[in-house]
Design a protein around this ligand. Structure first.
Ligand code: GLU
Length: 350
């Protein structure tokens, strides 16, 4: 596989604001995913942004036959549409390799064969890290474990990675803070090295890692506004650093509050939370799901009512989304962000 530059024919959104819907097709979409995706879509349509669909199936071992079609089917059923053909992340290796190659040529990546327990011992505070999607096993890799530079572990081109066995490739993250241009809240500064240490950018299974792939794809696709769940807010500081290392100006970010279940836990695919498919099978309508999303995000002051896609778009102003995201748990909105029996009953009513 070579690290040729991204295909110049790739549809790119130059000059227009653009966002992406980036679901992972592993497991079924749950109501929390649906809310984030529907509100992203409605905000983008309200503001006239282009919308790209990118299916994030980086890890083929976790994607089963039919998962991508099921995911696209759920989105379509919800009333979500997008501009152009869907991009399938696992087919974009040349884009990811090209990004890896630029980092390697800047002497910013190195091979690391450290085991998880070696890293844990060197970085005991890592358990406090708020990991992407709550994967508590994300381990902060402390810079003290970097190999001496210069040295044989520092890779000069992406092609050298393919020969490496049993080692992950990590990005040497420099010290200092990054500004995250947060639009669904307030812009903030955060230190990606303190939060994440040196993240894996290419795995020993010869796959691009999430942090590299998401930045390389967003840049190559011309994304200006990244809208996603607030569990990835801290990751934006690392992503801003990677964007700049790849020669691009970071985008604007909109991190939206997560939907909580009745126990106050955020919904997760792993726990088999209420899925779009189970709602559909039980007779729930897309209009009720859209109505629930608007009500729970405080886009109107009234009671729960079914909504058409165009009504949802009309309500999803940048101001409304930002106001909700700044104070998602305050007052009345706090209880609306928890999926209680009344809301579940309403969603299922015919
Ligand atoms: N694919 C990720 C997910 O399933 C989203 C990544 C992102 O938006 O940066 O949640």
């Amino acid at each position: 596989m070579d690290a040729s530059p991204p295909n110049p024919q790739e549809p790119r959104c130059s000059g227009v604001a653009a966002t992406r819907l980036a679901p992972s097709p592993t497991g079924q979409l749950h109501l929390g995913n649906a809310r984030t995706l529907l509100l992203t879509w409605a905000l983008a349509r309200h503001l006239g942004w282009r919308i790209l669909l990118r299916i994030e199936d980086l890890d083929p071992s976790r994607t089963r036959d039919g998962d991508i079609e099921r995911c696209i089917g759920d989105l379509t059923w919800l009333g979500i549409d997008w501009d152009g053909a869907p991009a399938i992340q696992s087919t974009r290796t040349s884009v990811h390799l090209h990004a890896l190659d630029s980092l390697a040529r800047a002497h910013a990546v190195y091979l690391s064969a450290h085991s998880r327990s070696q890293i844990r011992r060197a970085s005991p505070e890592q358990d406090a890290l708020h990991a992407p999607h709550g994967i508590a096993s994300v381990v902060r890799f402390p810079p003290e474990l970097r190999p001496p530079h210069p040295g044989p572990e520092w890779i000069g081109t992406a092609s050298a990675v393919r020969d490496a066995q049993d080692a992950n490739l990590r990005l040497a993250v420099g010290a200092g803070t990054e500004r995250v241009d947060e639009r669904a809240g307030v812009p903030f500064d955060a230190d990606p090295l303190a939060l994440f240490g040196d993240p894996i950018v290419w795995t020993k299974a010869d796959l691009p890692a999430y942090h590299l792939a998401v930045c390389a794809d967003d840049i190559a696709q011309g994304i200006t506004d990244v809208v996603r769940g607030e569990d990835l807010r801290e990751a934006a500081a690392l992503h801003a650093r990677i964007w700049r290392a790849l020669g691009a100006s970071p985008p604007r970010w909109w991190h939206l509050p997560l939907l909580m279940d009745a126990q106050g836990q955020r919904m997760s695919k792993r726990q088999g939370s209420l899925t779009v498919a189970s709602l559909r099978d039980a007779g729930a309508t897309p209009e009720r799901i859209a109505g629930f999303c608007a009500w729970s995000a405080g886009l109107h002051d009234g009671e729960l009512v079914p909504l058409s896609p165009s009504s949802l778009v009309a309500m999803a102003t940048g101001r409304a989304i930002a106001d909700w995201s700044r104070a998602p748990r305050a007052g009345e909105l706090g209880s609306r962000s928890t999926l209680d029996d009344r809301a579940i009953g309403w969603l299922h009513a015919r």
